[in-house]
Every structure is written in structure tokens, then in C-alpha cells.
Design a protein around this ligand. Structure first.
Ligand SMILES: [Fe+2]
Ligand SMILES: [Fe+2]
Length: 474
């Protein structure tokens, strides 16, 4: 299905045929660009960046690469084409035809779901806006910008749904999405992790590995939705999301590779010596991982959630890979284990499966994260190191759900306030860790060169040569 690039707003939704909607979006477009100029990557607006743009929604060969200035990026509206007549795959409406319009009684619930997803997209751009000044290479800078423009496009995808299906309320929500600001005390972004700072590239790689992966799981659950335009929007977003996960996983992989090289060369795993040699020691990386993992786990919400059950029963949000699951897709009489803390001990109890859908999605997510950590550990192993990274226990450092208010160590021991306060710096990045990582940051902007603390990638973007000029400054 071809994308119309002749229109002001590139799209494959026949925007030309709905003048009212087209006008409304064309009215929102300059406001979006104002937001991008104010809150998008700092100082980047004149740079020529080697970006990929979606030219088709065909999973094979959908992207086109060229140098563009980011404010000129063709942000557009791309939905995965309809698959004949689609049926709702789960919940109370299972087997009925998927909806092209919002069912009246689900309107406010669906709007809330879409706004919550939409809000994360500009939030991450805001969180990452100062990273350009300390890029470890042009390759990495380009990847950062690619992620940023695509998060901008994800905002477009959600704003299209709000404009096309929610009338005046939707238009107001679309405005508000440009008004909230990550980390702002008066008008913060909706979800906690999206108000945290992303102050350095180590945090950026962990954010894209962990928090963009939360995005993947949320989008995958929405891609099952009975509301077909949402399912088709999120499906195409998932193709873009894959690159964000790659940036995170390969970024940390390259950090580990570099650290392993230096450990081998100098016969040491001593963090202090490694820091003096200008690379990031594994224990520091572990503390950063612990932090980002725990705040991202909170994004899934409470373990037992009547909202989650409602979304599922209404047919609005499914499970991860719902269509590949072999149960009744209605969870009648089914249960799911949830682990809580009772009198200082972990206790597992069975909960109605629909009520436990947040926990189930979180568990699916954790498995996916673990596979990534295993791949990182292979890099350490290959590099001759005995050190390994681990994923923290899911009760560690949680602020939302049954573990909030408890202190649990990364290896899953429930501890007292005293022990926690005494030892938290072993488990979470300290001020000194932040200062050390911050001190490593410094812009490397010569083609083919890389900061000392990170290995070059094995291959370039779109098979470009090692010294390719991914970003040209003006
Ligand atoms: Fe996104
Ligand atoms: Fe993303």
C-alpha cells in the first residue's frame, strides 16, 4: 500500500477524502513543529541527518534513507493495511467483526488508553533532548535522532486516532499532548518513568533497551485491539520500535565489549582501575540496569487491576501475541499467579486471570529482557570476563503495586528500612556513579571515531562504510 507523500501530511489513510479531518490535522501540524523546535533535540535543527523514512507499510523494504534536516522529516500517518475482514480475537465481543468506529459506550475508556500511549512518545523525545551534545559518535548521534523522529511519528499515529475518532475531546487531548512536559512539576507527563531524566548515553541505551521494550509490549497488546484503527496503527509502530530496541541492546553490548577488552588487556576487573582506564565497570552498569528496570516495571501498573480486566473484556487491549495463545481468549474461570509480600515473606496466590493481565504482560516483558541480558552476558563471556549482569528481582525498588512500600534487594531478599538505607548505594546508581558516567561523556563528531568507553558497531546503518558521515553539522 503506497504512501501519499504529495500531501502536506504523508499518509496512507486517504486523508484527501476527508477534508474536515485533513484541515484539523493541518492545524495541529504547525503546533507540533513548534513543539519539536522547542522540545526536540537541542541544537539539531540545522543538521543534515541520515534518517530512514517510511515509504511503504510493506514490512519488506518499507524504508528509504537519506540526509534530511529533522524539522523537514515527513512525519505522517501510516496504518498497516486491513487484513480482509478482521474479527475481534478476545473478550466479551470475541468473534464479532472488528470495529472501524469507536463503540459509544467504550469511548472514554478507549480515549484514555490512546492518550496514555500517546503521551509517552513526545515524553521520551523531551527526556533525550540534551544527549546530542555528548554523542559517543556520529553513528550513535544518528541513531538517537532516528529514535526521536520516530517517537514523534508515533505521536502523529495516536493524534490521528484522536482527531479521526474522538471529535472535539480528541482535538483537545491532541493539544494537551503538546503542552505537558517531561519532568515538569506543574504539567508532567502521565507516567512516572517518562518524567525521569535521561542524562547520559548509558541511561539512553538502557532506556531504549528497557523502556522502549515496554512500548513494544504495550503496542503489541493494543495491536490485538477490537478497535481496528488502533490495531493497525500500533502494528506499524511496532516495525519502527524494533530499531529502538536494537539501538539499546547493541549500545550496551558495545559498552560491555569495550569494557571486556580493557579488562583483558590490563588483567583487572577492579572497578576503580577500570574507571581510571576510562571504561564503565560492570558493577556500575548493573546499578544503572537495576534502576531502569525497576522504574520500567512500574509502567505496567498494579498486579491486580480491574482496569486491565475491563480493557480485556471490552476487547480494547489484548494480551501479548493474543492470537497465538490457545485458550478461550475470554479467560473464563482461568487464574494467574501473583506474588505478594505478607508478614515479611513472599506469598504466591492465584488471581482471576483477567484481573492479573498487567502482571502477565510484565512477566512476558521480563522474559524478553532476560533473553537480552543473556546475550549481553555472552559478550562478557567471549571477552574473557567472569562478571555477569543479572535482572533484578521484580519486587526490587518498586513504587507501584503490591511491592510498593517494601524494600527488596536485587536478589530478592526482603530487608528492613535500616538495611535498605545503609546499602541502597550497592544496588542503585549513587551520585558518584552519575558523576563518573557524566564525566565520560563528551561529543565525538569525527566520522568513524568512537568515544573510548564504547566499541564501534560491527556494521553501519544501511550498510554504510565505517567512516560514513551520518550527521553533517551546519
Ligand atoms: Fe514510540
Ligand atoms: Fe520507541
Amino acid at each position: 500500500m503506497a504512501i501519499d507523500y504529495a500531501s502536506k501530511i504523508p499518509n496512507n489513510v486517504d486523508l484527501d477524502r476527508n477534508k474536515q479531518l485533513q484541515r484539523a490535522l493541518e492545524h495541529w501540524q504547525p503546533r507540533y513543529l513548534d513543539w519539536w523546535r522547542e522540545m526536540g533535540p537541542e541544537g539539531s535543527h540545522g543538521h543534515d541527518v541520515y534518517l530512514r523514512t517510511a515509504v511503504s507499510v510493506d514490512p519488506k523494504g518499507w524504508a528509504h534513507f537519506e540526509h534530511v534536516k529533522m524539522p523537514d522529516y515527513r512525519w505522517g500517518i501510516f496504518l498497516t493495511p486491513r487484513e480482509g475482514s478482521r474479527e475481534i480475537g478476545f473478550g466479551d465481543h470475541k468473534g464479532q467483526a472488528a470495529w472501524d468506529d469507536v463503540p459509544g459506550e467504550y469511548r472514554s475508556t478507549l480515549r484514555r488508553i490512546i492518550v496514555t500511549q500517546a503521551d509517552t512518545e513526545p515524553a521520551s523525545v523531551e527526556q533525550q533532548r540534551f544527549l546530542g551534545a555528548t554523542c559517543p559518535s556520529l553513528y550513535d548521534l544518528r541513531n538517537l535522532y532516528q529514535v526521536n523522529v520516530e517517537e514523534g511519528r508515533h505521536l502523529w499515529a495516536m493524534v490521528y486516532l484522536l482527531h479521526a475518532h474522538f471529535g472535539r475531546d480528541g482535538r483537545e487531548e491532541a493539544e494537551a499532548l503538546l503542552e505537558r512536559r517531561s519532568g515538569d512539576a506543574d504539567r508532567p507527563r502521565i507516567l512516572g518513568a517518562f518524567n525521569e531524566r535521561t542524562p547520559d548515553w548509558l541511561s539512553f541505551f538502557l532506556f531504549t533497551f528497557l523502556t522502549d521494550r515496554d512500548g513494544k509490549y504495550q503496542l503489541a497488546a493494543l495491536a490485538e485491539s477490537g478497535f481496528d484503527p488502533l490495531a493497525r496503527s500500533t502494528r506499524f509502530m511496532l516495525t519502527e520500535e524494533a530499531h529502538h530496541l536494537f539501538v539499546g541492546e547493541s549500545g550496551i553490548g558495545r559498552v560491555l565489549q569495550r569494557t571486556a577488552e580493557v579488562m583483558k588487556q590490563h588483567h583487572t576487573e577492579d572497578p576503580e582501575k577500570l574507571r581510571a582506564l576510562g571504561v564503565i565497570d560492570v558493577p556500575t552498569l548493573q546499578r544503572y540496569l537495576n534502576f531502569h528496570f525497576s522504574v520500567t516495571l512500574d509502567l505496567y501498573g498494579g498486579e491486580v487491576s480491574s482496569n486491565a480486566a475491563t480493557f480485556f473484556n471490552m476487547g480494547l487491549k489484548g494480551r501479548f501475541e493474543e492470537s497465538k495463545l490457545t485458550d478461550d481468549h475470554q479467560l473464563k474461570g482461568a487464574s494467574y499467579p501473583v506474588t505478594e509480600i505478607d508478614h515479611g515473606r513472599f506469598v504466591e496466590r492465584q488471581v482471576g486471570a483477567a484481573l492479573a493481565l498487567n502482571e502477565r504482560l510484565r512477566d512476558d516483558y521480563i522474559r524478553d529482557c532476560q533473553a537480552g541480558v543473556d546475550r549481553w552476558n555472552k559478550i562478557l563471556e567471549k571477552g574473557g570476563s567472569t562478571q555477569r549482569l543479572t535482572l533484578a528481582h521484580k519486587a526490587f525498588h518498586r513504587k507501584i503495586g503490591v511491592y510498593a512500600g517494601h524494600h527488596v534487594t536485587p536478589d530478592g531478599r526482603i530487608v528492613s528500612d535500616t538495611e535498605w538505607n545503609h546499602r541502597a548505594e550497592e544496588w542503585l546508581p549513587s551520585d558518584a556513579d552519575h558523576a563518573f558516567v557524566q564525566a565520560l561523556q563528551g561529543a565525538v563528531t569525527k566520522p568513524g571515531q568512537y568515544a573510548h568507553w564504547i566499541a564501534p558497531p560491527p556494521r553501519g546503518i544501511n550498510s554504510q562504510s565505517a567512516d560514513f558521515e551520518y550527521v553533517r553539522f551546519h
